[in-house]
Ligand binder design. Structure first.
Ligand code: ADP
Ligand code: MG
Length: 627
């Protein structure tokens, strides 16, 4: 397999021209920016010394744009204009999103934009998730420029490993909008591995367990000196620290026997719940106190024992996708060299213990779980910008989450790039025409694990024209799929004799949720035998259709070779085959094909003789004898 060398040898910058490069962890809950200073990756703090920038943007009615903590404090007061977790909307259409009804936002639905990304109506007009993310990135860029005191060469921005084309493209667009030069998008687990790989010079197979505010991601990586390869990814897009907060929030309501709450009071108690959860990480008991707008006073104590009891199902819930990712990578827990903990929620002792028990080894904790992704991104950015120390020859591999393929006759999928292929990757395959004289070919690019197009996700369609007319099966059309290091797909089709070419960069209007990916993967397994049956059926149907067309074409040309009776028999056989062709009785189709083949055997022989005669017309008898 071809490895990508992401930094060319001999391009190191001279020491005095150190280029300013940053790594950005653009998180669902929190974002960070880091850089490499004197050979060390460090997170850049804000002017108050805080490393995190809450991924919250407020579009106030007075025209001010607030980002981070300033926006977060307005969450309860101005929920509609204060956007949280915008990462969930990146590259997504409205119908991709769950729980839209419970969100406080005013989604702008444009009639003719069925395939477009969701947009939010705010006090400052309609904002796309790309613009909101760009505002977060602008905040981080300003912080970095202030801290580094100069022009930035570029940035590495991290994305979840399962992010598809649309989501990656949206992230890149946001960075461009924020005036950042994107050196590369980097998968979050890979960034975490880079951070650990450098610090510990570790080798082996690692699991990256990332429990953030609202998402859980598990990745299996293979590390050997200088090479990172993602073997498998998995997770749950609706599981994170927020769910732990919610359990505590419900416990508070139950204990304090509270009546229905106002929006502000609910917000306040949610904040208290989160504070208590975080406090419990280092203490055995957390006080919860709050005065509500009704005048009621909440005064409770949450112990670790109770907390563990009300949240143990959440802890357990992370192990399902973990098991599955291991299965995908064909590994057992004891084959994992170490577990890298990422995300603020992995600080919880119950999570640490569950992971330790599952893998049978103590997870890696010597880096701050909030910062590890940003630190790895900074290291990578530093290398890409050309600030390489001698001997730093990094190779970097990632995988694509779902198979990529092409629709073939009969609505079948021909997979060109199987899922979990390492990127960048390029694969080509030759296809041919189905009909005589066919001059155009429609190409339909799909993503998914199932055998039939109708069960996969459609990514793009395009057409190759200008194929010279030839008999069916004679043209050679080479279709090439290329997935670049950012995970973006380009497809090209080229007719080999004429060199006619068509290509497309696949930019679907919005992406898939990882639940959908999981569902599609699951369906791929459970339907495997069903699919095999349907595939066999489709193949017979395609074969039969080909036979029908061949006989029809022969009849058009040479019907004069047949008697009326013979013609009637062939017509009968044809009609029979055409009628069973559309059904799902494979045996019946095969029998009808057989009958038609037999029924046309004599006809075929006569046509053969006729063409031989034509070919030999005008030749002398002696010459014919020798044939
Ligand atoms: P994301 O990757 O989604 O942006 P983070 O990695 O920043 O999220 O994680 C945020 C989550 O981590 C929040 O739910 C927060 O409450 C939780 N968290 C942060 N510190 C602690 C702590 N000390 N104990 C428990 N949870 C914590
Ligand atoms: Mg994160």
């Amino acid at each position: 397999m071809a490895l990508l060398q992401i930094s060319e040898p001999g391009q190191s910058a001279a020491p005095h021209e150190h280029r300013l490069a940053i790594g950005i962890d653009l998180g669902t809950t929190n974002s960070l920016v880091a850089t490499v200073r004197s050979g060390m990756a460090v997170v850049l703090n804000d002017e108050l010394g805080r490393p995190l920038l809450p991924s919250v943007v407020r579009y106030a009615s007075d025209g001010k744009i607030e980002v981070g903590y300033a926006a977060q404090t307005q969450l309860a007061a101005d929920p509609r204009n204060t956007i949280v977790s915008v990462k969930r909307f990146m590259g997504r259409g409205l119908k991709d999103l769950e729980h839209v009804d419970s969100m406080p936002y005013d989604f702008a639905v444009n009639g003719n934009e069925a395939g477009g990304m969701v947009k939010l109506r705010t006090a400052q007009g309609i904002k796309s998730p790309v613009e909101v993310s760009a505002d977060i990135l602008r905040g981080l860029r300003a912080r970095a420029e202030l801290a580094l005191g100069g022009q930035l060469t570029g940035a590495v921005i991290t994305v979840p490993a399962y992010f598809d084309d649309a989501q990656r493209q949206a992230t890149k667009d946001a960075a461009r909008l924020a005036g950042l030069n994107v050196l590369r998008l980097l998968n979050e687990p890979t960034a975490a591995a880079i951070a650990y790989g450098l610090d510990n010079a570790a080798e082996g197979i690692y699991a990256v367990y990332d429990l953030g505010g609202g998402t859980f991601d598990i990745s299996i990586l293979k590390l050997t000196k200088g090479v990172f390869q993602v073997l498998a990814t998995g997770g749950d897009s609706a599981l994170g620290g927020d769910d732990f907060d919610h359990r505590v929030f419900c416990w508070i309501l139950e204990q304090a026997r509270l009546k229905p709450l106002s929006h502000e009071d609910a917000r306040l108690l949610q904040v208290r719940a989160r504070e208590a959860k975080e406090y419990l990480t280092a203490h055995g008991e957390a006080p919860i106190a709050a005065r509500l707008s009704t005048g009621e006073f909440v005064d409770l104590r949450l112990t670790t024992g109770i907390f563990n009891e009300i949240t143990h199902t959440l802890v357990r819930k992370t192990l399902g996708p973990t098991r599955k990712a291991l299965r995908d990578a064909r590994l057992s827990p004891d084959e994992i060299t170490g577990v890298v903990m990422v995300g603020g929620a992995t600080r919880m002792p119950a999570i640490q213990k569950a992971v330790e028990d599952f893998f049978g080894c103590e997870p890696l904790n010597n880096l701050d779980p909030d910062k590890v992704v940003a630190l790895g991104a900074a290291t990578q950015a530093n290398l890409l910008a050309g600030n390489r120390a001698a001997g730093d020859d990094w190779l970097l591999l990632d995988v694509i989450p779902l198979s990529l393929g092409l629709e073939t006759m009969g609505g079948l999928v021909e997979k060109l790039i199987p899922r979990n292929s390492t990127i960048p990757v390029a694969r080509a395959q030759d296809f041919t025409t189905f009909k005589d004289g066919q001059t155009a070919m429609a190409l339909h690019v799909v993503q998914g694990e199932r055998e039939l197009v109708s069960d996969c996700r459609s990514l793009a369609r395009f057409e190759l024209r200008g194929i010279p007319p030839m008999v069916a099966g004679a043209a050679r059309i080479r279709v090439a799929f290329q997935v670049d290091a950012d995970g973006l797909l380009a497809v090209s089709a080229r007719e080999q004799t004429t060199g006619h070419e068509a290509h497309i960069e696949v930019k679907p209007s919005y992406g898939l949720s990882d639940d959908e990916i999981a569902a599609m993967l699951k369906a791929g397994y459970t339907h495997a035998s069903d699919d095999a049956f349907r595939r066999a059926l489709r193949e017979v149907q395609v074969e039969a259709q080909r036979l029908v067309e061949a006989v029809q074409s022969a009849l058009r040309e040479d019907a004069h070779l047949l008697s009326m009776l013979e013609r009637a028999h062939i017509d009968n056989c044809l009609a029979r085959l055409q009628s069973v062709l559309v059904g799902d009785d494979r045996r019946a189709i095969e029998a009808a094909m057989d009958a038609l083949s037999k029924g046309t055997a004599e006809f075929a022989a006569r046509r053969m003789n006729q063409s031989v005669r034509r070919a030999l017309a005008g030749k002398r008898i002696e010459e014919m004898d020798r044939l």
